[in-house]
Design a protein around this ligand. Structure first.
Ligand SMILES: [Zn+2]
Length: 396
């Protein structure tokens, strides 16, 4: 049976102007027609009338940690609980994420492969959640950023082996740690970690298996190492120099800024139980982070939507707040919506299936009340979510 959504406007994610008085026809798992009020559909179709609403492609969050609780000290919680508890909580996070209109996520580092099991459980229909691409364990140098849940590896040969282990476990994407970060004590965000040679070995190993790569990279030298090593995306990108931006353009490297991650750490602060080292480091870098984002945007670097959900107070299910921050810092609402849909799909290499609303694509759809092009805050008002043609969140 057909499912038909009728809304005041539809943004298809392709860059085209919105369609007014839109009709979206879905049959089984796929979109079969998109257009205005004239689009025909079957007499017995299930029709959702959504006046005042905007129909969009489902959002794609390219950087989450579904296994991590968004509390003050997430690492402490995750490393002191059983994998069974982590898995149960991660399933709840997945459901919250889907209800926010996020129909696909790229999980960027879990614990003991709980992320890979969750991916399979969702794909198998055991638990509700977004489609997942998952990285398994992040590959880091000994004592590097995120080491408590990562795979430590030193030297190109060991990095190769560490990447092969993730591929063997079933990782869809490989996460390599090019610099320090905010959430690990004694590790500076700006300091390089895995070397160029190590990153190059890791990327080559992933590419050989047809997988893409992502690098947590905050300091300039580490970002440059990762870009030159052929990384697919730079996560966070706090200190972007003009030279690095040029290299990213040249190599087609994506930036996933995750502006929302330091935002909450600085906003909630020590009083909320976030470790002092994390608050201090975030306060030190937040201005540089925003300046780097604006520079990359102006230069035309490909920017995708990612939140780092699971870091302190960066809630699963509040993912779309990042879109508001992207607009606050210089994107147009349409740019932010396309970063959240088509551009993220391209980064993940799944743009032939999702990311736009076109005939033949999987029917991943989010409907929000109001017009996000007039006010991006409309993305807060999710009314309906459809994943692969099935309504997974219905209008209240
Ligand atoms: Zn992260």
């Amino acid at each position: 049976m057909q499912l038909v959504l009728k809304g005041s406007r539809l943004i298809d994610g392709t860059g085209r102007q919105p369609i007014a008085d839109a009709t979206l026809v879905i049959e089984d798992k796929v979109v079969t027609a998109v257009g205005g009020p004239e689009v025909p559909y079957a007499a017995d179709a299930e029709v959702l009338e959504l006046p005042g609403c905007t129909i969009l492609p489902g959002f794609i969050d390219a950087h989450v940690h579904l296994t991590m609780p968004p509390v003050g000290d997430s690492f402490k919680v995750i490393t002191s609980e059983s994998d069974a508890m982590t898995a149960l909580r991660a399933a709840t996070h997945a459901q919250e994420t889907l209800a926010n209109g996020v129909t696909t996520v790229r999980d960027m580092g879990g614990k003991n492969y709980v992320d890979l099991a969750l991916r399979d459980a969702i794909a198998g229909g055991m638990v509700p959640g977004p489609r997942m691409l998952a990285s398994g364990r992040a590959v880091v140098m000994t004592g590097g950023h995120g080491w408590p849940t990562a795979r430590e590896a030193d030297g190109p040969d060991e990095v190769r082996k560490a990447v092969r282990e993730q591929l063997k476990a079933g990782a869809d994407v490989i996460k390599l740690m090019a610099t320090g970060g905010v959430m690990t004590p004694g590790v500076e965000p700006g300091s390089p970690q895995l070397t160029y040679e190590e990153l190059k070995a890791g990327v080559a190993e992933a590419n050989k298996a047809g997988r893409r790569t992502a690098s947590h990279a905050q300091g300039t030298t580490g970002i440059k190492n990762a870009v030159l090593a052929g990384i697919t995306s730079i996560e966070h990108g706090i200190f972007l120099s003009d030279e690095v931006i040029e290299l990213m353009l040249e190599h087609g490297t994506y930036l996933v800024p995750t502006l929302v991650a330091p935002y909450w750490i600085v906003k909630k602060g020590r009083a909320a139980g976030i470790p002092d080292y994390a608050v201090k480091k975030s306060e030190d870098v937040i201005e540089a982070h925003l300046a780097s984002f604006r520079k990359a945007l102006a230069a035309g670097v490909k920017i995708a939507f990612g939140t780092d959900a699971g870091t302190p107070f960066n809630e699963h299910g509040a993912n779309t707040f990042e879109l508001e921050l992207l607009v606050e810092n210089g994107m147009t609402p349409l740019q932010a919506l396309e970063a959240g849909t088509r551009v993220s799909a391209e980064l993940l290499g799944i743009e032939d299936k999702v990311g736009t609303l076109e005939a033949g694509k999987l029917a991943d759809v989010v409907v929000v009340a109001g017009d996000p092009l007039a006010d991006i805050k409309a993305v807060r008002n999710v009314q309906v979510v459809v994943k692969e043609g099935r309504i997974v969140k219905a209008k209240n």
